[in-house]
Design a protein around this ligand. Structure first.
Ligand SMILES: [Ca+2]
Length: 399
């Protein structure tokens, strides 16, 4: 029986913050013991201004892209089209920095063609964004990672596409087009299901068998393509895994993710599958869907409170934090309470801190998107003091 969960008005289902993980099978080789380093490609390293997004190239939601100098604040320029010009070759050049840190896996947020800096509104899954260097740059990064014995995962959004994706523009222009069935129009052409009612993110309709063939079961679907040479990604992080295949009373997520897992593992048996789930991911953590799940409520949000007075703004978690940043003691207590559950044999807990999602959800655009190499806390800043304190605390935990 399908049970449709509802929560509103501050009510949450029991166990919303729980994270029971009852896997009995072997964890993917990529999950256990590795150090992942998440990279938001536009903000990591810009060594080639010639491929920076320029205002004359396109308009997106009434705004023009603009690439800012590395140390300059974007001011009030529209967040999604603020660029700093980072590219994949910049990551390759800095492997000599990442490797000695102990990083073994790079997790790249989306790199496919998109008009925005975050690229979660994909316009074309088949190509790497030329602003990042295109397919050649990704293949080169792969080769350099292999030399160092490092691996990488890509980020895909099977829940929705960007409104500039060719499937959606075809569907909008003709209600009888083949691609119209890929979406759910309430009134064609302008009223349709979308991610959290964001009109630039039309939701894919997995009741369509044709869509399933294009996204999941066809021989050359993107889920397979980017795992194959010369790109040879080592896995996927799947965006908004708690919402895929979910439209009102229709709940196809479990069915779709079992198919997705079969496709991915058939292509690369040791591929790592990480799903994003803001709420309770128990059902997706049983071994037939994902190898690991994000755990925002128990790990990421407390860390955000401690680091920068992060304000929760994700729908369904409307609890604005109005006080000062958490103390280290509060962070430690929270993590001990929420992450200290015994996991049992074979369990593979994975804790992730997705800055991409934090920045998309609610963090101030400047604070969340400043270039990672351009900021250092001063020696007397509260942030550094808290970090120093926590380093000591972590050392105590190990003894
Ligand atoms: Ca560039």
């Amino acid at each position: 029986m399908v049970v449709r969960r509802r929560w509103s008005g501050g009510l949450r289902p029991p166990g919303c913050h729980g994270f029971p993980h009852r896997r009995g099978d072997r964890a993917s080789g990529l999950g256990a013991g590795n150090v992942f380093y998440q990279i938001f490609p536009d903000r990591f390293a810009n060594g080639d201004p010639s491929n920076d997004p320029r205002p004359e190239e396109y308009e997106y939601r009434g705004k023009r892209p603009r690439t800012f100098p590395w140390e300059e604040s974007p001011g009030d320029h529209a967040f999604s089209v603020v660029f700093y010009g980072g590219y994949l070759a910049g990551i390759t050049k800095r492997l000599e920095y990442l490797d000695p840190l102990g990083v073994t896996v790079l997790y790249l947020t989306p790199v496919f063609i998109s008009p925005s800096n975050h690229r979660y509104d994909v316009a074309d899954f088949e190509h790497i964004d030329p602003h990042l260097g295109g397919e050649a740059a990704l293949a080169a990064l792969r080769n350099h990672l292999s030399v160092r014995g490092m691996r990488y995962t890509l980020d895909i959004v099977p829940n929705h596409v960007g409104s500039s994706h060719a499937w959606f523009t075809a569907a909008q222009s003709d209600a009888n087009a083949e691609k119209a069935a890929f979406f759910t129009f309430k009134q064609h052409p302008d009223q349709y299901h979308s991610w959290l009612s964001v009109q630039s993110l039309p939701k894919l309709n997995y009741q369509s068998e044709k869509l399933r063939r294009r996204m999941l079961t066809g021989p050359d679907v993107v889920l397979r393509r980017w795992l194959r040479p010369p790109f040879s990604a080592d896995g996927w992080r799947v965006d908004v895994a708690n919402l895929l295949g979910r439209q009102g009373p229709i709940l196809l997520g479990g069915e779709i993710f079992r198919i997705l897992r079969e496709v991915v593992k058939d292509t690369l048996p040791d591929a790592y599958l990480l799903g994003e789930n803001i709420f309770d991911p128990t059902a997706q953590s049983q071994g037939d869907q994902f190898d690991g799940m994000t755990n925002y409520a128990s790990f990421t949000f407390p860390l955000g409170h401690w680091l920068c007075d992060f304000r929760q703004g994700v729908r369904g978690l409307k609890e604005p934090i109005t006080g000062p940043p958490w103390t280290t003691e509060a962070l430690e207590a929270s993590w001990r309470l929420r992450l200290g559950h015994p996991l049992g044999p074979g369990a593979a807990p994975v804790q992730t801190c997705s800055t991409a999602t934090m920045c998309r959800a609610s963090a101030p655009s400047w604070a969340a998107t400043r270039p990672c190499s351009g900021w250092r806390p001063s020696s007397s800043s509260p942030t550094r003091r808290r970090r120093a304190s926590t380093t000591a605390t972590r050392s105590a935990w190990r003894t």
